[in-house]
Design a protein around this ligand. Sequence first.
Ligand SMILES: [Zn+2]
Length: 153
Amino acid sequence: MTDGGYPEGPLGPDEITAESPFTLPGFFDALSDADLLAAECNDCDAVLVPPRPACHACGSRQVSISEQPRTGTVYSYTEVRRPPTAFEDLAPLTIAVVELDSGARLTGRVDAAYDDIEIGTPVELTVRSPDVEEEAMLSYEREWPLHVFETRD
Ligand SMILES: [Zn+2]
């Protein structure tokens, strides 16, 4: 599922830069353009979201970038009643581990009340501009998009 244009592992230090999807800034840059990227391990098929230069399952550095589906289902979820200051106005927050249709898992906020979702609820990833209080965020986080899951039918 590699869409080309990205370096493949094993990566050298000059390939793991802020522009590379193997770092969080690069991952969020791609997400701003609506591309949800993962690294796939060529040795054990683990899918890493966000991408990492080495596989957390087997340690292999033979990884390649793949684009992930934005749809999936709730794998597990919880409610956060006292979120970080920047998200205080949004409390209580529903946070879920979502299993994407590819099998990869991504944690994120769900734009639904805790009582309105359950394990297996279908959701879709949306990307929003940061609109929370900036002073509570680290400087490099202010430009990162917020990923939020919305329920779907
Ligand atoms: Zn692996």
